[in-house]
Design a protein around this ligand. Sequence first.
Ligand code: PDD
Length: 276
Amino acid sequence: DWILHNEEFIREEELNISKEDRGYQFGDGIYEVVRVYEGNLFTAEEHIDRFYESAEKIKIVIPYTKDVFHKMLYDLVEMNDINNGQVYVQITRGHALRQHHFPESTSPVVVAYTKTVERPLELMRNGAKGAFIEDVRWLRCDIKSLNLLGNVMAKQEAHEKGSFEAILHRGEVVTEGSSSNMYGVKDGIIYTHPATNLILNGITRRVILQLSQNLGIEVQEMAFTKAQALEMDEFFMSSTTAEIMPITEIDGNPIGQGIPGELTKNLQQAFEANLK
Ligand code: PDD
């Protein structure tokens, strides 16, 4: 497979990253995961906009225009002949002598690669389990940063409990998943945490808000508590790779009927129709 390294398409064996790359040493960089359906980059513009926004928030200047960047990602998918899969792309502040503050001069390093991935259809149909985990991450969760230790530790804890995803909460308030956004449905209304500094404003989340509007489903971007989560009629999560995934139980407690809810299934259908 081809890999994008800065402006060049190279082979994996040719990739050479410095021992003092700031991404490697400090997690000093940002990333995106873009889904590929039938050879097309799904919601590419939204992901590219967020990539540039995240970079700007940590003062990394991306060395090419959005159009050039879009074309390079598209070419990579085509060169690797990816039909259904994903593109992973990251940019770091580059390499410099190890010191915490930004180096005087450095060039950012971009790496992008592709991978074939199937849609998690089975779990999407049957639903997944969630586990409450305390959200101990920093206060800039709106940045899609390479610093994922808080997310990794939470996902691992959920995994050890036999759950698919960690449902993060700050005190009593549910924020998001370790790599997804979270939603509860009560009396036909969808509740989800507002897009503040405490969550990543997911691209799938934005698609869901738009689809809900089209379907005439009310959405309240309003935080809810762990106790309220357990009282929801339906619960689901969303991400680029998990799409819209029903959560049928949390810490062993069934949510609603303990099976994927009707509203969740309607949204999944609308999402599916939107891919064509
Ligand atoms: N995760 N919240 C967090 C903390 C995330 O890491 C992600 C995405 C989301 C959902 O965002 P989106 O709908 O744009 O994928 C929410 C990606 C997929 C990952 O790290 O693999």
